[in-house]
Design a protein around this ligand. Structure first.
Ligand code: UD1
Ligand code: BG6
Length: 717
């Protein structure tokens, strides 16, 4: 949930000012991933010195801090590596001392930026304190920087002048938990290390000359290397190695795969990465942009390489080397340099005040993009390229388990009934954290569907690993191409909604919803008995983008409601039933997360079992009263509310006689939306609630793109 950015220029002259601006601009595009504090590290004025600038708050505050410190911006660097970070606190308050980069010592010999959590940091910290290291922050990250220094010094004392990546391997051997990590050091000038485990990292490459090949070879330690020296063990018996690591280490020592020492790898230091070779073998000017998110890289280059878990990238002398500590059977020997198709304009705010507003308004287009090329409306066919080959296996599943968090979970709830109806397979919907807490039984003939906008949510990712271990087939419904969930699942569907930057998920919800409906339709395309229902839904989907456009016209009325009746309210109830229960939950979540108003989605059928006690003339209530087979029951629930002097706002279909009649005798208002097929109505009904949460928040002066205590991508448990 933090953001990492790194910039390396090689034989491309840049002033310090330009380097700072590049790093700060990179952070600005990552701000949505975490924004309680920021920082950068660059080379200082003296050889071996480093400048670290940090500040609490947004990137704009860091900019001011740097201006205040007034570094000489005109000094130029032909080659240089800088690292940067935007943080969302997990260990330690958002205080300046807890901002990244974290350093090894007051001389800043090793500086580190980190996403994720080091779970054994307390043990490491105790050990390092016992060795005389003085900690200055509450972060888990600081122990990584200090570990670098400690291992660097002990190896040097033992006559091992380790290469930066070899030293990093020793450091990683000590770490448990998850990380996306960049490290820079005055002992390795103009070099940077980028490595990941459970936290995304990608590297953009920019070069005037065409790359020789569009991949980078993965480098392994030599198979038949001799017995290594073991600096940690020889220097300190008790240091570091936890039981798991110790086992891996022992195994490594026996088969010489996990060797933590340099001797067997010296030859690799000089092997060149083929992609960066020039025709005549001379050095090629090149720039590298390392980031946790493509959004900060596209401005500079579209050529990117996604690192895999346990990849250790070493950038130096204009080359990018990717190391792994051991060979795994069947693992890829290369990492491809791909071309991103994301335009920078896609991630800018355009004419809107907030990303959230922009993304709400993008929905006619984003929902269209989700369906583009996948639905043949003439022949009523749905073809999902990513699932086609897997459908026969999925149809044989004993059950479908849908697993997700937050808004993504609501898209599963919204489509569960249509899955069951079209596929005749039992479907359960699970919150990822609860699913794991219960250690839910999973079998080889289960199909587990993971829904995630970011594709990086830790709880969902852990649940995915859990299901993979149990042999289930896993399907991803993901927005971010190249994300962990998209890559680890057996198959899946990219929802193609485009980057979603506002923390409150809006367009990803409607696109997930549609992707799931298309999935359900694909499962039933061999069923004669379902033909009419399928045609009805496919033709309904065709109209959705236009209908969303129409609902968006309600904005002025909703804005007014938010400024009058709903203003200064403490609480709000949302009533829905059947397909509209998910809309009630999602609407309530939007209102809570953005406007900080208590809001609750209630199953209308449950009203009489407790919630009615809350209803009086003051409590604002919004009820979904659109037409479907449950309509009479919904009307009856709403009558229970009005009988207790409640005066609900009803989201209903245009020109609905029932509500027109009722509004003559009962105190209620209506917000009219177009009618569609029952299982798609939730796509339309959620739009007024997205707008309502937006205006409730804006009226209170809240920065909706940065709600308090929330991050866009939650990559910790
Ligand atoms: C793919 C291409 C698209 C191209 C189209 C043309 C990608 C990302 N998409 O789209 O650019 O226009 O073919 O035929 O290259 N997958 C997972 N897990 C997930 C999501 C996807 O494993 O969570 C897999 C799918 O099974 C598939 C691949 O990723 O193998 C691409 O999925 P998707 O983008 O949905 O496929 P197409 O719509 O066919
Ligand atoms: C976070 C976000 O909690 O993660 C929510 O604030 C989001 O908006 C949830 O719904 C799940 O994220 P994802 O990326 O897995 O869909």
């Amino acid at each position: 949930m933090c953001g990492i950015f790194g910039y390396c220029n090689y034989l491309v002259e840049r002033s310090r000012g330009e380097i700072i601006d590049t790093l700060v601009d990179g952070l600005q595009r990552l701000e949505y991933r975490g924004y309680d504090s920021t920082g950068i590290a660059i080379d200082g004025d003296e050889a071996d010195s480093t400048f670290i600038y940090k500040q609490i708050g947004k990137v704009s505050a860091l900019k001011e801090e740097i201006t205040k410190q007034n570094p000489n911006r005109d000094v130029t660097f032909v080659s240089h590596c800088g690292i940067a970070h935007t943080r969302w606190a997990t260990h330690g308050q958002p205080e300046q001392v807890n901002c990244h980069p974290q350093r090894s010592d007051p001389e800043d010999q090793f500086v580190v930026v980190h996403n994720g959590i080091i779970t054994n940091f307390r043990e490491l910290k105790t050990l390092l304190i016992n060795k005389g290291y003085k900690f200055e922050s509450d972060t888990d990250t600081e122990c990584i920087a200090k570990l670098y220094l400690h291992l660097y010094n002990t190896n040097l004392q033992n006559g091992h002048d380790l290469d930066f990546h070899e030293l990093t391997k020793l450091v990683l051997l000590e770490l448990e938990g998850s990380y996306g990590l960049l490290c820079k050091s005055c002992h390795y000038p103009n070099e940077v290390i980028a490595t990941r485990k459970g936290s995304p990292l990608l590297i953009g490459v920019k070069s005037e000359k065409k790359l020789k090949v569009d991949f980078v070879d993965v480098e392994f330690p030599e198979e038949n290397a001799g017995q290594p020296e073991i600096p940690l063990k020889s220097n300190n018996k008790s240091f570091g190695l936890g039981p798991k690591k110790a086992r891996e280490f022992e195994a490594g020592s026996q088969n010489a795969n996990l060797l933590p020492i340099a001797a067997n790898e010296f030859n690799l230091r000089h092997s060149q990465s083929r992609a960066f070779l020039s025709e005549d073998g001379s050095p090629t000017p090149v720039e590298f942009f390392v980031s946790s998110d493509a959004a900060s890289v596209v401005k500079h280059t579209k050529k990117v390489l996604f690192l895999e878990d346990d990849d250790l990238a070493h950038i130096y002398d204009g080359e990018l080397h990717i190391h792994r500590s051991r060979r795994e059977v069947g693992a890829s020997m290369t990492r491809s340099i791909q071309t991103l198709e994301m335009e920078l304009a896609q991630i800018m705010k355009g004419p809107y005040d907030h990303f959230m507003q922009k993304e709400i308004y993008e929905q006619p287009e984003s929902t269209f993009n989700t369906m583009r090329g996948r639905i043949d409306y003439e022949n009523n066919k749905v073809i999902l390229g990513g699932l086609k080959a897997w459908l026969p296996v999925i149809r044989r599943a004993r059950r479908l388990i849908m697993i997700a968090c937050g808004t993504s979970y609501h898209s599963c709830l919204a489509t569960r009934a249509i899955f069951e109806e079209l596929s005749d397979i039992p479907v359960s919907v699970e919150l990822a954290s609860d699913f794991l807490d219960r250690k839910c039984p999973v079998f080889r003939d289960d199909v587990c569907v993971f829904v995630s906008q970011s594709g990086e949510t830790a709880d969902t990712m852990l649940a995915l690993n859990y299901c993979l271990e149990r042999g289930a087939l896993t399907v991803g419904i993901v927005n971010s191409v190249g994300s962990s969930i998209s890559r680890v699942t057996h198959c899946g569907v990219h929802i193609n909604a485009g980057p979603e930057i506002g923390v409150a998920s809006t367009k990803a919800y409607t696109s997930q919803y549609i992707a799931l409906v298309m999935f359900a339709l694909s499962l039933s395309d061999d069923r004669v008995s379902k033909i009419d229902r399928r045609i009805e839904i496919i033709q309904g989907l065709k109209l959705i983008p236009g209908q969303i456009k129409q609902v968006l016209k309600l904005e002025p009325r909703i804005k007014k409601l938010c400024a009058t009746e709903l203003k200064d309210q403490k609480s709000l109830l949302l009533l829905g039933r059947g397909y509209q229960f998910a809309a009630a939950l999602e609407g309530a979540l939007k209102i809570k997360e953005i406007s900080y108003m208590h809001s609750e989605g209630v199953l209308a059928g449950e009203l009489k079992h407790g919630v009615l006690a809350l209803v009086d003339e003051n409590l604002p209530i919004i009820a979904f009263g659109t037409r479907d087979s449950l309509f009479p029951k919904v009307v009856s629930s709403i009558e229970q509310v009005t009988a207790r002097k409640g005066h609900p706002i009803i989201i209903c279909n245009e020109n609905d006689e029932v509500w027109a009649q009722k509004s003559k005798s009962i105190d209620l208002q209506t917000l009219e939306v177009p009618q569609t097929v029952d299982c798609l109505q939730g796509l339309i009904n959620i739009i007024p609630l997205q707008l309502m949460s937006y205006w409730l928040a804006v009226n209170k002066g809240i920065d909706v793109d940065f709600p308090r205590n929330l991050a866009k991508s939650v990559t910790v448990e």
